[in-house]
Ligand binder design. Structure first.
Ligand SMILES: [Zn+2]
Ligand SMILES: [Zn+2]
Length: 244
C-alpha cells in the first residue's frame, strides 16, 4: 500500500491509501477533479471515502464524488450539511466498526468546533493506522499501530508571536486553541501511545502561518525515531505494515 497526499491543510484535505486493486479516500476537501487526477483517472478501484467532519476543507468534493458513484461515510450531522441526499451517503455510528472494501474502519469522537471523528483503520497490508485531524486533543490510546496520520497544526510560541505582532487577531487565536492540535499536543499523543510497531508518522493540516514544517518534522523525529513526513501535496510513500 501507498499513501498519497492530494492536499493537506485549510486549503483542502484529501488522502488516498491505495495499491493496484483498491483505493480508500480519506476526506474529499478538494475539487473532485484533483482527486481524479491523483487516481490517474482510474476510479474503478475506489472502495469509498471516509470524511471526518463538515468543514469545506474536508468535504467540498462530496457531491461530485457521490455523483461519480462513490460511497461516502460520515456522521449523519456531517452529511446533513451537504445539501443533497443520496443512497451513497452512509451514516457512521461511532460505536461500530464497518468495512470499506477490505479496510476495517472504526470512528471515534474528536474535539473540534463541529462534530468530528477520527478513524482507526486496519488492512492486511497497512496494518493498523489512525487518522486524526481537526481536534485540539485526542484522549484515546490506540494499541498496536503500524502507521500514524495526525494533525500538527500550530506551535504555541509561533501563534503567540503572531498575536503579539498584531498579525493574528485574538479571536482567531482562541478559535485555533479550541479546535486544532498544537505540536506539543501531537507530541503528547505520540508519547502516550506505544509506537513500537510504527513505521511512518505523517503530520497533516499544518497551519500556513502558525507552523514550521522543518522544525515540526525534526522535533517529532527526535522524539520518536520514526520516519516522519510532512503531508505536502503530492507526497506518495510506502504505507505498509512492514517497510519492505
Ligand atoms: Zn480542517
Ligand atoms: Zn475543521
Amino acid at each position: 500500500m501507498q499513501l498519497k497526499v492530494v492536499s493537506s491543510g485549510s486549503i483542502g484535505n484529501a488522502y488516498i491509501v491505495y495499491n493496484d486493486n483498491e483505493a480508500l479516500l480519506i476526506e474529499c476537501g478538494v475539487k473532485f477533479k484533483d482527486i481524479k487526477q491523483a487516481l490517474k483517472f482510474d476510479l474503478t478501484k475506489v472502495v469509498g471515502c471516509i470524511v471526518s467532519h463538515s468543514h469545506k476543507d474536508h468535504c467540498i468534493g462530496a457531491k461530485d464524488l457521490v455523483n461519480a458513484g462513490i460511497d461516502l461515510y460520515s456522521l449523519p450531522e456531517t452529511s446533513e450539511t451537504f445539501g443533497f441526499k443520496s443512497h451513497r451517503l452512509k451514516a457512521i455510528d461511532a460505536s461500530k466498526s464497518f468495512n470499506v472494501g477490505s479496510f476495517r474502519v472504526k470512528a471515534f469522537p474528536l474535539n473540534h468546533d463541529v462534530p468530528c471523528v477520527g478513524f482507526m483503520i486496519e488492512h492486511t497490508e497497512t496494518g493498523r493506522f489512525c487518522f486524526i485531524t481537526d481536534t485540539y486533543f485526542c484522549e484515546y490510546k490506540i494499541p498496536g499501530m503500524h502507521n500514524v496520520i495526525i494533525e500538527a497544526n500550530y506551535c504555541q510560541s509561533i501563534l503567540d508571536q503572531k498575536v503579539a505582532a498584531g498579525a493574528t487577531p485574538d479571536f482567531l487565536r482562541n478559535r485555533v486553541l479550541r479546535s486544532h492540535m498544537s505540536l506539543a499536543t501531537c507530541k503528547g499523543f505520540l508519547q502516550a501511545n506505544d509506537l513500537k510497531s510504527v513505521n511512518n508518522i505523517v503530520l497533516i493540516h499544518l497551519s500556513d502561518s502558525n507552523s514550521h514544517a522543518e522544525r515540526f518534522k525534526n522535533e517529532v523525529t527526535e522524539l520518536t525515531a520514526k520516519n516522519v513526513h510532512i503531508a505536502s501535496k503530492g507526497l506518495d510513500i510506502n504505507f505498509n505494515k512492514t517497510p519492505f
